[in-house]
Design a protein around this ligand. Structure first.
Ligand SMILES: [Zn+2]
Length: 280
């Protein structure tokens, strides 16, 4: 009996010591890790995000960089009753220098236009893109980098379209619903990939060629007619110089300025994907 009694407490003692030893080893780590875990939990913005990240194993997708939902400064177009309607359109911008100057003119004259911008230039000047929309103008795509879409591969057209959409979505939270193909060049394949109505023009101010305010005014004022779409480029100071007088003179002649989509709507034309338009 004696040896049996002696051995039992010995065994128990050893197990207890072993257990105490483990707790002592883990406890200091627990003292450090527990507050860290609490801090991480708080930083993750509470239980919702924490559990979402834990269960999905991925970071939740970020919200759009800037969802542009501001109401345009000038939604009202005045009384259009009995007026001849015309759409001023500006390609190739935005330019950091001349586009804000043009926007100042449009604001002062209470006129609106449609801007067919390059995704590349938009990405460089996001604030100007937002200002274009804020002032009640319409924003259209002029592709990402002004390639002649009929001369490049189908893959290249798709890549251009994706890059353009991504650029505009980051700036205004949405993609343009109208496209003006560079040089007015397109074919059936390009039209299908772009997946928006294509807007060409009926009057070419040839501002890119003359760079002469007098000649630009002469063409725009002389050729203006009800339902027309006039092509300009907001990247030339000579174009911006010509615009105030063009607006004033056309108003004297009974014209009022609307965006391309408005022009179509007021003329009872439903613009559709897979179609192109020169005027309305
Ligand atoms: Zn162009």
């Amino acid at each position: 009996m004696r040896p049996k009694i002696k051995t039992e407490p010995k065994v128990r003692k050893r197990t207890r010591r072993k257990f105490r030893f483990k707790i002592n080893k883990v406890y200091p780590w627990l003292k450090i890790a527990l507050p860290i875990l609490v801090v991480i939990f708080v930083l993750l913005g509470g239980s919702g995000l924490f559990w979402q990240r834990l269960t999905e194993g991925t970071i939740a997708p970020a919200a759009p960089m800037s969802l542009h939902v501001k109401v345009p400064d000038r939604v009202f177009r005045g009384n259009l009753e009995g007026k001849k309607l015309i759409a001023l359109t500006f390609d190739d911008g935005p330019s950091a220098i001349t586009t804000p100057q043009l926007l100042d003119v449009l604001k002062e004259k209470k006129a609106v236009a449609t801007f067919f911008e390059l995704g590349r230039n938009a990405a460089w000047n996001p604030e100007i893109v937002r200002r274009v929309v804020d002032q009640g103008n319409e924003l259209g795509s002029h592709t990402y980098s002004h390639q002649n879409l009929v001369m490049i591969s189908e893959t290249a057209v798709r890549e251009d379209k994706n890059a353009t959409d991504m650029a505009f979505r980051e700036i205004i939270g949405t993609v343009p619903t109208l496209t003006r193909p560079p040089y007015g060049n397109f074919n059936q394949r390009v039209m299908e990939i772009l997946d928006t109505p294509l807007i060409l023009w009926s009057i070419d101010s040839r501002d890119w060629e003359s760079k002469d305010p007098a000649k630009i005014k002469e063409i725009a004022i002389g050729q203006a007619r009800d339902g027309a779409v006039i092509l300009f480029h907001d990247i030339y100071s000579t174009t911006v110089e010509a615009i105030p007088e063009i607006i004033d003179r056309l108003r004297e002649k009974g014209f009022e300025f609307v965006t391309v989509s408005e022009l179509a709507r007021f003329k009872g034309v439903e613009i559709k994907k897979g179609e192109y338009y020169r005027d309305f």
